[in-house]
Design a protein around this ligand. Sequence first.
Ligand code: NAD
Ligand code: UDP
Length: 338
Amino acid sequence: MNVLVTGGCGYIGSHACVALHHAGHTPIVLDNYSNSHPSVVGRIEELNGTPLTVYQSDIRDSKALARVFAEQDIGAVMHFAGLKAVGESVAKPLEYYDNNVTGTLNLLAAMREAQVSKLIFSSSATVYGDPAVVPIDEHSQTGGTTNPYGTSKYMVERCLADFANANSDWSITLLRYFNPIGAHPSGRIGEDPSGIPNNLMPFITQVAIGRREALSIFGNDYPTEDGTGVRDYIHVEDLVDGHVAALEKRGDVAGLHVYNLGTGNGVSVLQMVNAMNGVLGRDLPVRMEARRAGDIAECFANPAKAEQELGWKAKYSLTDMVEHSWNWQQSNPNGYQS
Ligand code: NAD
Ligand code: UDP
């Protein structure tokens, strides 16, 4: 099947292009390169052993979308395109709602016009806000979001639920990601944040390679086992396999489908640092700092529904995730600019 991958040059989308190809599908990418580098295209082609069709376009551009659907026989859409930096979303809410909400509505309208009725949407565990209980299952309350990025994901989920309700022949799948880390085992594609990384793993690998002095650990007074924040880190390769499973198991089943994509394991910041120290064979420089505004203590998934209904389960260990992140960082010390 030809699958339109919006945001296919980004961190997760690029891995999805490889996973789709290996599952026998043909990815067709639409990306505006607002947070990616064109050189990723050659890397994907190298891993797939075949050329990749890429449209340098914006999901908010209706004419461009219409052209893609007219030129390509698209069977389904995986929608990764969007802005994702929490802090930036607080400073630029309009840009976030425009890209993430307006962009998705525009994409949906273009799909309807082209009679493409299978959509897989990149949602996030952030829609659960500060969860009352962990592990979090799909029935947990959503909507207590604390920043415009999270609210934009929640708003899109609501729009898609209403749309699915009104269009009973569509298959719409919301995949709520926990914390994707890691990289393709080859080290050819991976996460390439611009500027100072906000997320833990790219910060750790940049300290390890010497681009940053030390890791600041944001808070060691949380009500967790060692006082540091706990998250559910999932290998990006497992994450994109979850997308292929959702496409294959739910693409032909009409309705709204919702799945957590996580491992079910909570890992603290200190446990992550120790895992990295083990891979490096030396200790990373760290310093304890105050809690980061808006952070929650613990967030990890109950991934049972995805296992039961999609036959999907995360396979990679924490050590694999750390090794692959480090392999990517070492092979590409300055990301795609290397
Ligand atoms: P990314 O920034 O690496 O990739 C997003 C891609 O979309 C980039 O290549 C960017 O250039 C493109 N893009 C952005 N706005 C666009 C637009 N208007 N038109 C066309 N292209 C556009 O991010 P990622 O980490 O790969 O995340 C992919 C999706 O998954 C995002 O929607 C993100 O919110 C969601 N998500 C990510 C995480 C995470 O931790 N990485 C967690 C939960 C959910
Ligand atoms: N964190 C940290 N130092 C950093 C970045 C993150 O201590 O430089 C902590 C953060 O407080 C949280 C965990 O690492 O407890 C994961 O943070 P990240 O931003 O990667 O994911 P999110 O908080 O969005 O789930």
